[in-house]
Design a binder for this molecule. Structure first.
Ligand code: C5P
Ligand code: MG
Length: 161
């Protein structure tokens, strides 16, 4: 059995005026936000899928279905923490996370440290193991036109000895 496992996660949410925008558990000052059954934290969802995928534990919708009233308005950091607990229960430790949020606006770089801190604390990893990057979509496609925002994440797990 391999000692290391990687996992990949991706998510997208539509934007809508007047909704809160949460990214990695941090409230972003913006006149629009993301639509979703939970709090629509696109980055937390991508990382959750990456964690579950690396441990071969299915995906976010399998554990926290958006048809279940329990998860309506759910705090996505709690879902992420639950996924990390499942992953640790399966015998792995989290080595590092890298991620990208693709959003045309607003600029997110001033939120980078707070987002990294929130996510690192949520997952119980060091700050220098939690990376987040930001990209526009160069005004092209639904993200570039401001109709949606996406996030991608990769994680590395190490089997506990
Ligand atoms: O997409 P582009 O390469 O033009 O982004 C340039 C930089 O702007 C990124 O490296 C990132 O630091 C920042 N950025 C941001 N918030 C966004 C998109 C990009 O802070 N929503
Ligand atoms: Mg989502």
């Amino acid at each position: 059995m391999s000692e290391y496992r990687t996992g990949l996660g991706w998510d997208v949410h539509r934007t809508a005026a007047g909704l809160p925008m949460l990214i990695g558990g941090v409230r972003i000052q913006c006149e629009f936000g993301f639509e979703g059954h939970s709090d629509a934290d696109v980055l937390a969802h991508a990382i959750t899928d990456a964690v579950l995928g690396a441990a071969c534990l299915g995906d976010i919708g399998m554990h926290f279905p958006d048809t279940d009233a329990r998860w309506k308005g759910a705090d996505s950091l709690q879902l992420l923490a639950a996924a990390v607990e499942l992953m640790r229960g399966a015998g792995f430790d989290l080595v590092n996370v890298d991620s990208t949020v693709i959003l045309e606006k607003p600029k997110l770089k001033d939120y980078r440290l707070r987002i990294r801190e929130q996510l690192a604390e949520c997952m119980g990893i060091e700050l220098d193991c939690m990376s987040v990057k930001f990209k526009t979509a160069e005004k092209v496609g639904p993200v570039g036109e401001g109709r949606s925002g996406e996030a991608q994440a990769v994680v590395l797990l190490k089997r506990r000895c």
